[in-house]
Design a protein around this ligand. Structure first.
Ligand code: SF4
Length: 337
């Protein structure tokens, strides 16, 4: 499969009164045509900043995308796009679904007009045709009585329906890439499952590549092909879904997996929340970014950042435990306290 998106050595900082917050520190990955890549990690790990940087949605300043960073979409450098090209790129080539549809939708416009607006801008079609297309899109995202619903304002819809409207807007111009930033976090559990199912169906139907940003490993298990684990602005492990869930090699990934209930293994032990806090991203980071919370940390971990090691063609990890000289450690699975 060829890549539709390549992110190379992406570095993003924010200027603050306290100093420069280095939120993303040399992140590289690619997205293949038709695949779903999940970016996971705790709040503040840099996953949303990475997603917004791809769409050039970060306000510069205070954000600074550092020299040498590259974001390549279909061979074109996104960081070099002019204003006009960028306007078509956002919506026409790539769309984003945000966490909270209530704050993303315009409360003063009907949902029909909001979907139509996107179509008029990007597809250059007349208003009447755009409204008919809006009805069709609402039907695709399973909004009942779409002909009547297009006249509704966002506050007249439930949270799940609003997120369906956001998905309809995002898909209105048949983008090649859909970026979903915590798309189910603001929803009830039953509605979350429906939205994930809908995204899965639409991805198959439209053959869209998807980047899903989430801290919810249940969403990852149901939706992703490949997973990228981020910590303190770094990618610390990447692999296909099975490699991450069953063969993970990084202590932070183990901790993430051990902090959620598992139904696929018999285990009566308690869950293990990860202790401590991520490092201050203003301060310089020496060694492994996870060292202060890692129970396997060795002397070298405090001094030198681990290199990336390839475990398989698709599985890569940055941890000194993968160095041939390191002691062998088995992944603990929900060990009792
Ligand atoms: Fe832990 Fe060292 Fe691996 Fe970092 S490099 S995760 S500190 S063992």
């Amino acid at each position: 499969m060829s890549s539709i998106l390549e992110v190379k050595d992406l570095k993003v900082s924010f200027k603050t009164y306290a100093g420069e917050v280095k939120a993303v520190r040399g992140v590289s990955f690619d997205l293949k045509k038709g695949e779903t890549l999940a970016i996971v990690g705790e709040s503040g790990c840099g996953k949303t900043v990475t997603a917004k940087a791809i769409l050039r949605l970060l306000k510069e300043p205070p954000a600074i995308i550092k020299e040498g960073s590259q974001i390549i979409f279909n061979g074109e450098n996104v960081l070099k796009m002019n204003k006009k090209r960028l306007q078509h790129f956002r919506g026409g080539d790539i769309s984003m679904i945000f966490q909270d549809p209530m704050t993303s939708l315009n409360p003063t416009m009907t949902i029909g007009n909001q979907i139509a607006e996107s179509l008029i801008i990007h597809k250059k079609i007349k208003k009447k045709q755009a409204i008919n297309e809006a009805i069709r899109l609402l039907e695709i995202v399973n909004i009942p009585n779409a002909k009547e619903r297009i006249k509704s304002y966002p506050h007249q819809l439930s949270g799940g329906m609003r997120q369906r409207v956001m998905i309809a807007i995002a898909l209105s111009c048949s983008p090649k890439i859909l970026i979903a930033d915590e798309p189910t976090t603001a929803l009830d559990v039953t509605i979350q499952a429906q939205i994930i199912e809908l995204l899965n169906e639409l991805k198959r139907e439209f053959n869209t590549s998807v980047v899903i940003v989430t801290h919810d490993l249940g969403v990852v298990a149901n939706f992703a092909d490949r997973v990228q684990v981020m910590y303190a602005g770094h990618v610390i492990e990447t692999g296909n879904k099975y490699e991450i869930f069953y063969e993970s090699k990084h202590p932070y990934t183990w901790a993430l997996l051990n902090s959620v209930p598992r139904l696929d293994i018999e285990c009566k032990a308690e869950l293990h929340p990860l202790k401590g806090t991520p490092p201050d991203l203003i301060l310089p980071l020496e060694g492994c970014p996870f060292a202060s919370r890692c129970e396997y940390a060795m002397e070298i971990c405090l001094e030198k950042k681990p290199e990336e090691t390839s475990i398989t063609d698709s599985h890569r990890v940055s941890c000194w435990l993968q160095d041939p000289r390191a002691p062998k450690v088995e992944r603990p699975i929900n060990l009792g306290g």
